[in-house]
Design a protein around this ligand. Structure first.
Ligand SMILES: [Zn+2]
Length: 391
């Protein structure tokens, strides 16, 4: 999700002037390893808490819609992660999803969609993504995942940044579904793979002792440890990026996709790329950003074109790397903003969690503030219930 548009950055800098030094008491354990994947690290992705169904090959027609795809959800399943993958950079959306109890994502929303990329009006929210798109169900506590026959339909399009319209497109796509089983899951661990471009001199060799990286990890711990989400392994990799900066665009986003693929071969962990700058090209000019998460949630594929977080290092006076990383991790693990920037006061753009308020106190406010790192129990439940958090 985009954040830190120009006005928001000014606000952040102002608010930062009254923050205090970070505590070191809950510093996460870290380990530095070289770029050699360790097979023993990958066991959790094949953990008994995740069952991957057979991949289903399907296609969409010229009107963008696929035929219905049916699948069985086993007894005891507590969450689903649905992933679409297409060979070209078409935008992939979960247009319709229904379970034994009825619709979870109603198919008619596309006719009156909130935004070209987002469906925010229902209980379950979905964001379209090019190349590879993932959807975590549930992302609000009101949504049940009953066992039985489920059905989905995909919608695929190309995005015209000039007209800001969806252009339906026919494409082949693969549907992957992971069934997650985490009854009464109250704590969990995420592993991070820092992917280092060399920006600001931060490399796999210097990062384990680099104050900006280690301070950022402290802020992540301050935000997430109180609700039971801990950072486990922290690994550092040099990646052969051709540039120290990246531009995310609202089209096929090919530049960012190519960079994120550089994480291929790493052990399971959330790729966190550090760049000099991250710019968003939304069709109305370049907007500087402090961070961007390519997948909401992150697809369960290490080295995939939408698996990763991009952070800008240029905001160092004061340093906001930590709060941006903590916020983007929330997106990667399935959280939406408590309210979106484009429609303040519109209840439809507030999240569907009953214990959050649409105010800056929350970490997932659209413009996160280092002085406010609140994560609520319902936000934690969404994150802990997903496939990226291991027991
Ligand atoms: Zn955000």
């Amino acid at each position: 999700m985009r954040l830190f548009q120009t006005a928001a950055i000014s606000a952040i800098f102002f608010l930062l002037s009254c923050t205090t030094a970070h505590s070191t008491s809950d510093f996460p354990d870290t380990e530095a390893i070289d770029a050699t994947p360790d097979a023993t690290d990958s066991a959790w992705l094949n953990d008994a808490s995740i069952v991957q169904l057979s991949t289903i090959a399907t296609e969409t027609a010229a009107n963008g819609w696929s035929e219905p795809v049916s699948f069985q959800v086993a007894q005891g399943t507590t969450a689903l992660q649905i992933q679409f993958t297409a060979p070209a950079g078409h935008v992939l959306q979960l247009a319709e999803l229904s379970g034994p109890d009825g619709p979870v994502v109603p198919g008619d929303w596309l006719k009156v969609g909130d935004q070209p990329w987002l469906y925010l009006a229902g209980q379950e929210r979905v964001r379209a993504t090019p190349w590879q798109a993932a959807f975590l169900v549930p992302n609000a506590p009101q949504i049940a995942v009953p066992p039985g026959l489920w059905q989905l339909r995909a919608f695929t399009f190309d995005y015209d940044t000039a007209t800001q319209l969806r252009q339906p497109v026919a494409t082949a796509l693969d549907v992957r579904i992971d069934l997650v089983r985490k009854p009464a899951f109250v704590t969990g661990t995420v592993d991070l793979n820092f992917c280092l471009t060399g920006a600001r001199g931060i490399t796999a060799e210097t990062a384990p002792n680099h104050p900006r990286v280690q301070d950022a990890l402290q802020v992540v711990a301050q935000a997430w440890n109180p609700v039971g989400v801990k950072v486990g392994a922290v690994r550092y990799f040099d990646v052969p990026a051709k540039t120290l900066s990246v531009t995310h665009d609202d089209g096929d986003d090919a530049e960012l996709a190519d960079l994120l693929r550089l994480a291929a071969g790493q052990p399971p962990g959330i790729p966190v790329f550090l760049f000099e700058s991250v710019d968003l090209d939304t069709g109305s000019g370049l907007i500087p950003a402090a961070g961007y998460t390519a997948g909401l949630p992150g697809p369960l594929v290490v080295g995939g074109p939408r698996t990763g977080i991009a952070l800008a290092l240029k905001y160092d006076q004061p340093d906001i790397l930590g709060v941006v990383l903590a916020h983007e991790l929330g997106h990667f693990l399935g959280l939406y903003h408590v309210v979106e920037a484009h429609a303040q006061g519109d209840k439809a753009t507030e999240d569907r969690l009953t214990d959050t308020a649409p105010t800056p106190e929350n970490l997932m406010y659209y413009a996160p503030d280092p002085a406010h790192l609140q994560v609520t129990p319902q936000q934690a439940a969404v994150v802990l219930g997903g496939p990226w958090v291991r027991p």
